[in-house]
Design a protein around this ligand. Sequence first.
Ligand SMILES: Cc1ncc(COP(=O)(O)O)c(C=O)c1O
Length: 429
Amino acid sequence: MNKLATELNDVISGGTAFELLSDFGRRMYFPKGIVLQSAEAKQKANNYNATVGMAISKGQAIELNSLKKLIPELKPAEAVTYAPTGGDPALVKLWKKDIVKKNPAVDPSKISTPIVTSGLTHGISLLMELFVDEGNSVVVPDMFWGNYRLMIEERQKASIAAFPFYTESKGLNVDGFIETIKKTAVNKKAVVIVNFPNNPTGYSPTKTEAAALKEALVAVADEGYKLLVVTDDAYFGLFFEEDTYKHSLFNELYDAHENILAAKVDGTTKEHFVWGFRVGFVTFGSKGMSEEAYKVLETKLSAAIRASISNCSRPAQSLLQKAMQDPNYNSEKEAYEVEIKERYLKIKEILAEHEDDPVLDPLGFNSGYFMSYKMKKGSSEALRKKLLDEEGIGTISIQDKFLRVAFSSVDLENIEDLYAKIYKAASEL
Ligand SMILES: Cc1ncc(COP(=O)(O)O)c(C=O)c1O
């Protein structure tokens, strides 16, 4: 093992985070190479800075005019230079403030500094690398974003330990989480992913369910299990019902127990409607964890970024950093959230008119971009194809049993027609 990795591991050895790290996670260190030497030169090289592999002309990073005219508000340093591996510090500071605003139980002095990732996919994938070894299991409810499978099964050669998402009464299956954690934990260590608002169901826990899940996870931690709980908050903010828990579960878990390490994965992609900007964040929180220990996790995560994509998109970070400080930013975002909520309310009305549909059984949903139907009979793939071929309507079929509808992509005035056609096609299967 590299000496620098050993030094990092020594800081956290004996703690939950160290116990949970994979072999890869333990091996990660940030080399004292180009990046660190360049950072040092930035401070001290007053004469010539001949460190970093960028091209400079007349004291500025070279930026072609044909590009410059498209982003006139960004200086070359904001548009074309490399961003630091962990992200633009000004953006990171804004994002941390935003996490606290959205999750009022979070004490900013008790969490790590968020690290910028290339979207949430990258953040989740890095966490799987750092904490999941070949042969391990990752606990996820059975309704999950399909890309977890590639990350967990194919990249990590681990397995998904799934359990039914809902209880019989269409609520969150908290007992299923706990039973599956205990059943699949190896040496009393487990990795769990919670994704609310959920893709594909559109479900988020009620306030009671969120409290029950926290209590159950703390009870498991009390029994000596060490847990990494990854909160995939991709669709955060789109909560449509009064009794829904409207914070990330990170809000509950970051300071809940010494044996729980919470890793919040969130970002601007869906939440701020900038999908292709590829700006996400990973933030850690664990009861009693020191600033030094958080630094170790930040370093290991940065090292995993350095080893894969080196750093994330600079112009996207610069644009977001500036836009997020615009006084209209939040109200503009909220206006679109209201628009999506109106679609949700319309769909609820439509579903009430089709309560006893013989084919389509809507799964519980109260948030996010999606809702899904469970097929009472017939094939969801056949329904998907029929809608596509006969009506020109695109939906997603899952396991040939579920049909996912992304109402986030269909304007309010078309919702009625969309659902009328879905019900008609289902009746003709
Ligand atoms: C649950 C969930 N998490 C993460 C992502 C990926 O987000 P990003 O585009 O930021 O990588 C998606 C995208 O579809 C998703 O549905």
